[in-house]
Design a protein around this ligand. Structure first.
Ligand code: NAD
Ligand code: UDP
Length: 314
């Protein structure tokens, strides 16, 4: 019998790529989503497969299904969207984790949490290793997401210690690629859509802050390897591309690659926006034999082609 895999947030950006990979690998995939930021369009091509099933469900409510593995991705990831209804964001992370861990406890399924580099907040340690405890403002506008994800990690480790669950915690760094929503609000999709439409490129602050961008196929490979890793490997484990770029560099790259003449406009820096971010991926490299293989130019090229298609169809 094939492995029964639940992907929460499966109609979102990363979730849709993960579902596709799992379906192609022959797993019996149940994709659960409330379509807050995800769309049915992202998984429409999978509906033809017998081993794919789509269910509308909000993870803040209990779910009763029989599965062998759970990838818990449900949660808006873009600051614009997670700040839209911050209370719901915390509920999704915390109640969602409790519900999915409860499901894992009953079914004895292996469960992987999509955690985030945001648990490091605005870091004093650079690059960030998994042993760094982070510097998060607990009452700021990013806290609903950052603290929600931190609490979810706590729950995962307590379920492991208290109930012996097989847990995996991935700390995902900025990931981009096709299937991001054109109004996602994160930097890569914003810049590409702005450039292709000839609109001003919105640089927040002076654009000197840095991020490290991982292409989605590399990230999915890391998640699959982590799920398949030995029982004792719980994480947290960083998954991201160590290539670090200033936001202004990204803007110039997108302009050059799209041939756009959009102007750069400077807007105010959002509150608590981290100054720098780069993953130390030694753990993933040594334990999962995982390394990102798609560089920023190649990944941006794929993403630009995706948005050209989406915008031409709109
Ligand atoms: P996304 O917003 O495209 O996907 C999130 C999905 O979760 C969407 O389909 C959304 O509709 C769904 N969802 C939200 N609340 C839900 C709820 N209560 N019940 C059911 N479904 C719900 O974002 P993404 O970039 O694909 O992120 C996926 C996961 O990875 C998230 O948990 C995010 O925190 C984590 N992550 C992503 C990044 C990144 O750079 N993309 C970085 C760190 C962590
Ligand atoms: N950013 C920007 N212009 C935009 C969107 C984002 O300059 O149109 C900046 C943002 O201030 C941050 C970085 O790009 O410093 C990454 O933002 P994003 O929302 O993609 O993710 P974050 O890593 O902040 O969660």
């Amino acid at each position: 019998m094939s492995v029964r895999v639940l992907v929460t947030g499966g109609a979102g950006f990363i979730g849709s790529h993960l579902c596709k990979r799992l379906v192609e690998d022959g797993c019996d995939v149940l994709c659960v989503d409330n379509y807050f930021t995800g769309t049915k369009q992202n998984v429409v091509s999978l509906q033809d497969y017998d081993n794919f099933e789509l269910m509308r469900h909000d993870v803040t409510f209990p779910l009763y299904v029989e599965v062998d593995q759970i990838y818990n991705l449900a949660c808006p990831a873009s600051p614009v969207h997670y700040q839209f209804d911050p209370v719901q964001t915390t509920k999704t992370s915390v109640h969602g984790a409790i519900n999915m861990l409860g499901l894992a406890k009953r079914t004895r399924a292996k469960i992987l949490q999509a955690s985030t580099s945001e648990v490091y907040g605005d870091p004093e340690e650079h690059p960030q290793t998994e042993t760094y405890w982070g510097r998060v403002n607990p009452v700021g506008i990013r806290a609903c997401y950052d603290e929600g994800k931190r609490c979810a990690e706590t729950l995962f480790f307590d379920y492991q210690r208290q109930h012996g669950l097989a847990i995996k915690v991935a700390r995902i760094f900025n990931t981009y690629g096709p299937n991001m929503h054109r109004e996602d609000g994160r930097v890569v999709s914003n810049f590409i859509v702005q450039a292709l439409q000839g609109n001003p490129i919105t640089i927040y602050g002076r654009g000197e802050q840095t991020r490290s961008f991982c292409y989605v196929s590399d990230l999915v490979e890391g998640l699959i390897r982590l799920m398949a890793s030995p029982h004792a490997l719980h994480g947290p484990i960083n998954l991201g591309n160590p290539g670090e770029f200033q936001i202004i560099e990204l803007a110039r790259k997108v302009l050059a690659m799209t041939g756009s003449h959009s102007a750069l406009v400077y807007e105010s820096l959002p509150e608590d926006d981290p100054v720098q971010r780069q993953p130390d991926i030694t753990l993933a490299r040594t334990n999962l034999d995982w390394l990102p293989t798609v560089d920023l130019d190649e990944g941006l090229g794929e993403t630009i082609r995706y948005f050209e298609r989406v915008l031409s169809e709109a």
